[in-house]
Design a protein around this ligand. Sequence first.
Ligand code: SF4
Length: 216
Amino acid sequence: MNADKRREIFTRLRAANEKPTTELEYTTPFELLIAVLLSAQATDVGVNKATRKLYPVANTPAKIFALGVEGLMPYIQTIGLYKTKAKNVIATCQILLEQHGGEVPRTREALEALPGVGRKTANVVLNTAFGEPTIAVDTHIFRVSNRTGIAPGKNVDIVEQKLLKFVPAEFKLDAHHWLILHGRYTCIARKPQCWNCIIADLCEYKAKTPLPAKGV
Ligand code: SF4
């Protein structure tokens, strides 16, 4: 894909949604960190349901740490892998309290050192809470980048490197959210809605889906 097409794709995605953001609900970097940590292999809707109950009770490292694993689990038990996540959240809170003065660190190294926090979670926090032009590649971004040809790659690391290289600077801060939302609602995994896609004429996917017949 050439640079002009990429620029036009992001120009259109921006025109359709000028201020994109995460669908996870949060009010502080810490709330975002915990929500992203809980969202692995879970939906944002499911995580929001849990944090709407949890955060009014406990939304700081000290308060969640005070709940302990047993006290935290009832709030998040509707989320997949909740037992492991509860342990990771409590361990993360402990490190934030002991090593970071109860604050969420702003460096990738410190974030990735937290239990349950991998590169993707660190990227989301750096981007969404701290305004860094990082691009966290999740399943949606991986799929959209490959189908369209914006940044094709065999694994998420290659796609991330290509996106960082090829996405024009003016779009980098929000590229993560535009691509996720496009993948979640239009370029859907099982059946992309190519007939309803605002970048269909620019996308290089060879198996674009036609408009379904009425009643299908
Ligand atoms: S045209 Fe189809 S494959 Fe290409 S981005 Fe749009 S929905 Fe995805």
